[in-house]
Design a protein. Structure first.
Length: 92
């Protein structure tokens, strides 16, 4: 099983015996702990989902793509979003 990140570089993250032994659940949970969707990021930051795209364009958060070709899912590192939330960027 592969995780496709930017530039379609595949990372092997699940050995086949892990799938056979039910280890896939643990690996998915690890991914969920580390990465969040744009919708989750917008909820964490308390803003509209479209603003997440603006933050991405401003290079304030980096997207990671899981999937292949037109089936990509855009994810963000939870840690990056939390750092942005904790920064002075949103404080007036």
């Amino acid at each position: 099983v592969h995780l496709f990140l930017n530039n379609n570089k595949a990372l092997d993250f699940l050995p086949i015996n892990s799938i056979k032994n039910g280890g896939i659940t643990n690996e998915v949970l690890k991914l969920k702990d580390e990465y969040i969707t744009g919708a989750e990021a917008s909820m964490l930051l308390g803003m509209r989902h479209s603003y997440i795209t603006n933050l991405q364009k401003q290079r304030l958060i980096k997207p990671y793509y899981m999937g292949k070709n037109d089936k990509n899912i855009r994810l963000f590192k939870r840690e990056d979003v939390q750092k942005l939330k904790d920064s002075n960027y949103f404080k007036t």
